[in-house]
Design a binder for this molecule. Structure first.
Ligand SMILES: [Zn+2]
Length: 321
């Protein structure tokens, strides 16, 4: 059995996992980081993960939320992560003598769901992650499709409205601005004055400005009509985005993951209904399913990509020598 270290670098923590070639996690460690450290805390964390690993590690895969250039693995932009060294992957590879793959976190998650999760067995699959923001990944003919430079599959920033709400990316009307967890909170704050007797408002002591997506989820758990309506509307907007993706790619399956789905199953139900409506009964829309690997998808996918990179280098050496 071959093992790889998968590492997921987030804004407040670095998650490290020893992953086998079947995609199973055999050990997992979480290192908290502060906002200032960001990616610069990575070398120390990797030292620790490798020291604690009981299995022989042959490669490292890093999943990072940002624009990762392909095939160089250089990190060019990461809006929510401070970093000072774009070539950190190369440096780590040099230090340990392992192949190190750096991959966009949603791409890594898509690969994991395709190889080992909900999308197993499909050759053309899309992954959409709906959390604070919206991310994406494309599996095309059994391969991870990254675009010409590695910056593809940014589904969250596909424009869906000509002059919609401002997006964190600086643009307007992006899918992320209307259908993410952040958008759920904004929609709830805007509509709260018309729902003064709602559980959503009661949970924040009547202070509409304090409403977040998570508050809406809590209220939906006890069937607050305002919260239920908000989740359905969010799902409908997500469905508009899925319809655009489905028409562009005609995938076998769209796998939807991310923390916002935990707020209620009606989000996916509404998204499926909207997707079907946009096909007008002409042909069946692609199947939409929930992701199955949860927060582990990033480390599993990154680890698997690094195993594959190591294997292909091994074959190259054999042929060369
Ligand atoms: Zn955007």
């Amino acid at each position: 059995m071959r093992y790889s270290l998968g590492v997921d670098v987030g804004g407040t923590k670095i998650l490290g996992a020893v992953v086998d070639e079947q995609g199973a996690i055999v050990a997992k460690t979480r290192v908290p980081t502060d906002q200032q450290e960001g990616l610069d805390a990575l070398p120390e964390a990797i030292d620790r993960f490798l020291a604690e690993a009981e299995q022989p590690i042959g490669s490292i895969g890093l999943a990072v939320a940002g624009f990762v250039e392909y095939p160089s693995g250089r990190l060019l932009f990461a809006p929510n992560l401070s970093f000072s060294n774009p070539g950190i992957g190369e440096d780590i590879s040099r230090e340990y003598g392992f192949p190190v793959v750096v991959e966009n976190d949603a791409n890594a998650a898509a690969w994991a769901e395709n190889r080992f999760g909900a999308g197993r067995g499909t050759r053309n699959m899309l992954m959409v992650t709906v959390g604070t923001g919206i991310g994406g990944g494309i599996i095309c003919e059994g391969k991870l499709y990254r675009g010409s430079r590695g910056f593809g599959a940014e589904f969250g920033h596909i424009p869906v409205s000509v002059d919609g709400p401002a997006c964190n990316c600086g643009s307007r009307g992006c899918l992320e601005a209307v259908a993410s967890g952040t958008a759920l909170g904004r929609m709830a704050r805007e509509r709260a004055p018309e729902h003064l007797d709602s559980e959503v408002l009661r949970l924040v002591g009547g202070n509409a400005e304090a409403i977040t997506g998570a508050v809406v989820g809590k209220a939906a758990d006890i069937r607050d009509p305002f919260a239920v309506e908000l989740l359905w509307d969010l799902g409908t907007l997500l469905g508009v985005g899925l319809a655009g993706l489905a028409k562009a790619f005609d995938p076998e399956m769209i796998v939807v993951g991310g923390g916002v789905l935990a707020e209620g199953e009606s989000i996916l139900a509404a998204a499926r209904e909207e997707l079907a409506a946009r096909y007008q009964g002409q042909v069946d829309p692609p199947v939409v399913v929930s992701a199955s690997l949860g927060n582990d998808a990033g480390v599993v996918g990154a680890a698997q990509l690094s195993l594959e990179a190591a294997a292909s280098r091994g074959i190259g050496e054999e042929h060369g020598g």
